[in-house]
Design a protein around this ligand. Structure first.
Ligand code: SAM
Length: 221
């Protein structure tokens, strides 16, 4: 199965996060991820797989982590490096062939990346090998039942044709291989009135709705 090459869109990748709608999704996703972040001890080590342009790496670094970001796309890695984010390093690596010592990171995370590989569960199993005992896997995936993602899939957008976006059930199943996960769907943004997110987000969360655009979870190993 041919996977999408993010190198082709690396230079424009961050423009989504900078758009009006993108900023809303980003804020809601970050607030959900912040609630899942384990409290950090001294200079904890994070391995971020599929770190792309370093968008999330900046957030994790600001939370006190030393971030080793890896991505298969040299173009994405170059952009991440060019941002000179403190306490980060970026390398071109394939998730499935990581050169690091096993059990050596306090937290291993992937944000919107394993669903773009040919084998998301295998990617997660690989990630788990690098987590220290008592450390965490932190996972964020685009939800196939999110309104925007469902539209992207339906329209056969090139990026999504061969992607394997989970729903909340398959997301839970993937993480449950390692223990009892904590999971939260977020970014409940109406398609045509995104400003209404200040109402939809708390109500949807209260109702435990599952159509949020992003699913975040963590599991302790
Ligand atoms: C949708 S982007 C997400 C980037 C970043 N995590 C973010 O949320 O902004 C998916 C990323 O996963 C990377 N990726 C896909 N397959 C990979 C693999 N086998 N090993 C490492 N990175 C991979 C892509 O190159 C791309 O940068």
């Amino acid at each position: 199965m041919r996977q999408f090459d993010f190198g082709n869109i690396a230079s424009s990748y961050d423009s989504f996060y900078e758009s009006e709608k993108g900023r809303i999704y980003d804020r809601l996703e970050k607030s959900a991820v912040a609630r899942m972040m384990p409290s950090s001890k001294d200079n904890p080590k994070m391995l971020e797989v599929g770190s792309g342009t370093g968008h999330w790496s900046k957030f994790f670094s600001a939370h006190g982590f030393h971030v080793t970001g890896v991505d298969i796309s040299p173009e994405m890695v170059d952009i991440a490096k060019s941002k000179n984010i403190p306490n980060t390093e970026f390398h071109v690596e394939d998730i499935f062939k990581l050169p690091y010592e096993k059990n050596s990171f306090d937290i291993v995370c992937a944000m919107a990346s394993i669903e773009f590989t040919h084998a998301p569960q295998l990617a997660l199993n690989t990630m788990a090998q690098f987590v220290k005992r008592g450390g965490y896997i932190l996972l964020g995936c685009l939800n196939r039942n999110g309104l925007l993602n469902a539209k992207r899939i339906l329209e056969k957008k090139e990026t999504y044709v061969n992607a394997q976006l989970p729903d909340i059930v398959s997301f839970r199943k993937m993480l449950s291989q390692f223990g009892k996960p904590e999971i939260q769907a977020c970014a409940f943004v109406p398609m045509s009135a995104s400003w209404l997110n200040f109402v939809t987000e708390p109500i949807a969360k209260m109702l435990n709705a599952n159509w949020g655009e992003f699913i975040v979870g963590r599991v302790k190993l």
